[in-house]
Design a binder for this molecule. Sequence first.
Ligand SMILES: Cc1ncc(COP(=O)(O)O)c(C=O)c1O
Length: 482
Amino acid sequence: MSINLYEQLANELDALIAQRMFAPGDKLPSIRHLAQQKRLSVSTVLQALRLMEDRGLIEARPQAGYYVRHRSRMLAALPDPEPLREPAYVGINNTLMRVLKANESPQVVHLGSAWPPDELLPMRRVQKAVASVARRDPALLSKVSCYETNEPAFTRQVVRRALDWGQLDPAEIVVTSSCTEAISLCLRAVAQPGDTIAIESATYFVLLQLIESLGMKALEIPTHPKTGPSIDALELALDAGLVQACLFIPNANNPLGCIMPDENKRRLAALVARHKVPLIEDDVYRDLCFTAERPWPIKAYDTSGYVLLCSSFSKAVTPASRVGYVAAGRWAQEVALLKMVSSGSTSQFFQAVLADFLNGSSYDIQVRKMRRVLAQRIARMSDAVCAHFPSDCSVSEPQGGFVLWVQMPQQVDALALHEEAVAKGVAFVPGPLFSASGKFANYLRLNCGNAWSDEIERAVARLGQLVQRHAEEGSPDMGRAA
Ligand SMILES: Cc1ncc(COP(=O)(O)O)c(C=O)c1O
């Protein structure tokens, strides 16, 4: 994928800010000056500045120009990943259910689950699509088909939107009730209980829950907080015959927020094809990445059908529709059969509603807005963590999505911290729930999707004080097994 002139300029200016050539509060050179100096058009410079604004690095001040945003305190980068461990059965379900239940309490400020807030979703437009489909095709309100589970208007939109990066074969698409269902079906289609699934370290806890509930093992591949899983480490594991399938989130990994570079995606697709090992790709955040161009999925580099691409419209349109899909490559028939016997067809009415929404410019306008707002909200949360947490904490620099991953001092046990924080009215997700082997004991994930408020600022401040106390005194021993 080629990089645009404006993205190039934005990256150059980003680097100058990172090197402190421009400090927080400094004014950037004027648009005209930058255009002359770089021999670019004014509109290219403007695009670059808007991209940097979306990334939360600068802010426009009316009549005054662009300024570097204040960060109360810059934190160190996250550390590099640890070496490869042994495959292991996963055992997070019980702890996770306890944490999620506590996070649901109405008394807490919700910095836990990563659902988009209603205010960011296109509810009016979805309501219009619901009314229009119900009027146009009322039979869909009662339609359930056992064999034709895909609504053609919906799959057409999925294929059309994939044209950005390549071509999907409509015959390989299975419509599912969410991205989670798509991944679950893929795991069942490509692997057996006892098989080992290579995952990123850290990864989204529901993926671990799926592996656990299917009686499979997980192998955590060392994962860099900026570039994702180490392809060399995965190659070693594949050469040793340790892995029967891979399950990765290449675009805006949850919780790290990183995007795998194109070259790694290309290598990965070739590697799994060479080893004849399926790779399940969770691509739910691709349209919510903050890069100038939407990144490509690994599937874009797949020439032999070993990549199973899963996604949904839960994050950017309506989580409640529960419409997702998988382009299942070589496993299309197996996945389609499993879908049919597991849950029959996904609501054909809601497939048609999404097709209506996707047919036009509404979706692009929606994701453009979400990307801009989410990048700003992440930057705001990052500032607050810098201001209120001890200085030896580190924060991720997400390139998409809406979560922030925070490393705390070694003495802090995130699970113990969570119990105390919930009692004091702040919910988050503790780090060990993102690992198959109990790693990330001193990490936590914060949801940044909600509009900034005094209540959130106070919650982050309270959490920062608790982290400080746990760091000084050590977290209380909660009597858990190691
Ligand atoms: C990486 C990732 N995949 C999938 C999902 C869930 O998507 P869906 O609601 O379509 O199952 C989430 C939600 O948090 C997620 O973070």
